[in-house]
Design a protein around this ligand. Structure first.
Ligand code: GLA
Ligand code: ZN
Length: 679
């Protein structure tokens, strides 16, 4: 299900909070939005207190008027269910909806996205409000989606959560005996004889702040399970509203806004329950473009083929980064097209009009405090609005087809981060990013996938830091490689099973046969310490830096490609390649210098006859969307300067209608964008 039945262009708009403004302003807002080509508004995100002023009283009159105003202006609505901030009276009356911090302190009213997701009272009232909204507004034709709550996140350590955790554990482990075995509780005397003895791991018991503010704990699987449980709790809470909405308005898609590589929530699980994926993109000012694109690819991957929407970005500036630089002229446009390139069918902002008070008053908006259209930001927004109108539905609902994929797995993030040893430099998302970057910056079309995603359509899979191997996954990888796939994996992989219990079969455990190696020990390098990959001959010849972790490897059938340069393991294997069935497995014993990874990537892709979607030029990103066999190649200049590019095939840019001959050179301006279709 998606919103295309109702839409014939890229939706353009964003979060609008008219309840913060007198009604006279609303009319002016509609004029300005129309001027800017805006056609969708997300409303009602934080209106619960207004909609339900007391326990038995609901009042929709202001929302009625807001919806009427927007509808008269012929705009579409993404209607939020307003459950992201519980009303103050509810917090006073029912303290159970307030969360408890990890240090045991009880929260008071204030802030947002902080209701206890396991509170029956909260769930009951949230579900009821969603239902009332569906009953009241569900028949309106201009509602294109339900936006449930806002950025589900955070943890709670209250008794309700603890009870729910015990129930979750009972469902997972069935008996205490199984749980004790899975949690290895005989370590430090933690054996449980009663489910009631199990507590939520927190700073009051079981966890402490480790190096670099990471969570450390004595029973790490308990901490991992708490993360799994908590992502599920938030998801269950989301589903309470989904059920109410689907019952009354099965025709309106439901979604909520996700946040990219976000620690709290396993979005691969969430994606299964969303009609389309929506996410909020707030890169830091000098964020590498491939790091932004990685988030797009991850979010798209969590939808596994579902439509995908950029729900929020700032038109100019954020308020919550340490240094809130303005987006330079052209960057909002460039990053909007980047989202479209990666599959989004919307370009949406937070926020439409800049608040006067409270903490988001200095957050960028389409309409600034001066309240008129005579600003740089407004002009840029309006210019993009004009372009999007002209583009119509050209590439709407098209898909990205990739032969290469990178694995992302929240369990592996939690496990490697909570792990005590071997190094605190193991930062899962940033580690995965290195491997994604190698593919993306060479313009290979690349997906990010989860452990449940089918591998049949891929020729190459990068699965770095595959520390935890879940049941059946090694088999899946074996089938993939056996059928001709190329797998690349790394240091500290195949270490544990899903219980975080270390393999007894020699590292990398279940991956040992596949990789054709045995890892005996793993050395952690100090921050300024380096080793090297020494490669004697062939296209990878040279000495390349080896960083962070060095596995000491014994080949068991694998071919040795590189040897360590120094230390007591100098001259032993650092990079291996194993033939397995019709395919191959590459194993990096240490984190490679990026250039080596880039070269290996080019070699592997070349070997699999995978071509970049566009010739590679530094800082030029290219992504291809395909609709009914028609290709749309987005070419984006992320450099600060104009770049000469060569357009290999005769084509036309659908933004300007400019035609190019085959092999034509073109000076793409800084922050410039082309969307090329073949002539
Ligand atoms: C998030 C929220 C918005 C707003 C923006 C500010 O994405 O969903 O309500 O606070 O951040 O960047
Ligand atoms: Zn709680």
């Amino acid at each position: 299900m998606n919103f295309y039945g109702n839409v014939n262009k890229v939706l353009y708009g964003g979060d609008y909070n008219p309840e913060q403004w007198p009604k006279e302003i609303w009319k002016e807002d509609m004029r300005l939005f129309t001027l800017a080509g805006i056609d969708v508004l997300t409303i009602n995100v934080f209106s619960w207190a207004a909609l339900q002023p007391s326990e038995d009283e609901y009042n929709f009159s202001v929302l009625d008027e807001i919806i009427e105003t927007i509808s008269v202006a012929e705009m579409k609505i993404c209607l939020a269910t307003a459950t992201a901030t519980h009303p103050a009276w509810m917090a006073r009356r029912y303290p159970e909806i307030l969360r408890v911090n990890a240090d045991g302190s009880k929260r008071k009213f204030g802030d947002r996205e902080n209701s206890c997701p396991n509170s029956g009272i909260y769930r009951m009232y949230a579900g009821r409000l969603a239902r009332k909204l569906a009953e009241r507004y569900g028949k309106l034709e201009n509602i294109i989606a339900w936006h449930i709550s806002n950025e589900f996140s955070g943890y709670c350590y209250c008794d309700n959560c603890q009870n729910a955790f015990r129930q979750w554990l009972k469902k997972r482990y069935k008996t205490l005996e199984t749980l004790n075995a899975a949690w290895n509780t005989s370590f430090w005397g933690h054996t449980y004889h009663d489910w009631e003895d199990i507590v939520s791991p927190s700073f009051l018991g079981g966890e402490w702040t480790g190096h670099q503010h990471r969570i450390s704990g004595s029973c790490q699987i308990q901490s991992i399970d708490y993360r799994r449980f908590y992502s599920d709790s938030l998801l269950d809470c989301y589903l309470v509203e989904v059920r109410e909405l689907r019952e009354i308005t099965p025709q309106i898609p439901v979604t909520t806004n996700l946040m990219g590589t976000y620690w709290d929530t396993d979005y691969f699980k969430w994606g299964k329950h969303m009609d389309f994926i929506a996410w909020d993109n707030y890169p830091w000012p000098d964020c590498p473009y491939t790091r932004i694109s990685m988030n797009h690819a991850l979010m798209r991957g969590c939808g596994n083929g579902k439509p995908f929407s950029l729900m929020e970005q700032t038109p100019s500036v954020t308020n919550w980064q340490p240094y809130n630089s303005l987006k330079r002229p052209g960057i909002m446009r460039l990053w909007s097209y980047q989202a479209l390139a990666h599959g989004s069918d919307t370009v949406m902002f937070f926020q439409m009009r800049r608040s006067r008070g409270c903490c988001e008053k200095f957050h960028g908006a389409v309409i600034d405090h001066c309240g008129n259209e005579n600003t740089r930001v407004f002009r840029e927004v309006a210019a993009l609005g004009e372009e999007l109108k002209k583009l119509g539905d050209a590439f709407l609902d098209s898909r990205i087809v990739s032969q290469t994929a990178v694995l992302y797995d929240w369990d592996n993030w939690w496990a490697t981060s909570i792990s005590a040893g071997p190094t605190i430099d193991m930062n899962y998302p940033e580690e995965v990013y290195r491997y994604y970057d190698a593919l993306a910056k060479q313009n290979y079309s690349v997906d990010i996938i989860g452990v449940d995603t089918a591998l049949d359509n891929y020729k190459i899979l990068y699965a770095p830091l595959l520390y935890m191997v879940k049941p059946g996954y090694a088999k899946k990888l074996k089938r993939f490689v056996n059928n001709g796939g190329i797998l690349l994996t790394t240091y500290f992989s195949g270490m544990t099973d899903e219980r975080d219990l270390v393999t007894q079969d020699g590292y990398p455990g279940e991956l040992r046969e596949l990789c054709g190696i045995w890892v005996e020990e793993t050395d952690a390098l100090l921050p300024d310490q380096k080793n090297g990959f020494v490669i004697k001959d062939g296209e990878l010849a040279g000495t390349w830096k080896a960083e962070m972790l060095c596995d000491i490897i014994h080949p068991e059938g694998a071919e040795v490609i590189a040897l360590y340069e120094s230390d007591f393991y100098a001259g032993t294997p650092a990079l291996c390649r194993n033939n397995f069935g019709k395919g191959q497995v590459w194993y990096f014993g240490a984190r490679p210098q990026q250039e080596l990874l880039d070269r290996v990537t080019a070699l592997i892709c070349g070997g699999q006859e995978i071509k970049p979607v566009f010739p590679v030029t530094e800082g030029i990103e290219a992504v291809c969307r395909i609709k009914d066999g028609k290709e749309f190649v987005f070419v984006l200049n992320h450099n600060k300067n104009d770049m000469k590019i060569t357009i290999s095939e005769a084509s036309r840019d659908i933004i300007t209608n400019k035609k190019f001959d085959a092999d034509e050179c073109f000076l793409l301006p800084a922050a410039g964008v082309l969307i090329l279709v073949k002539n």
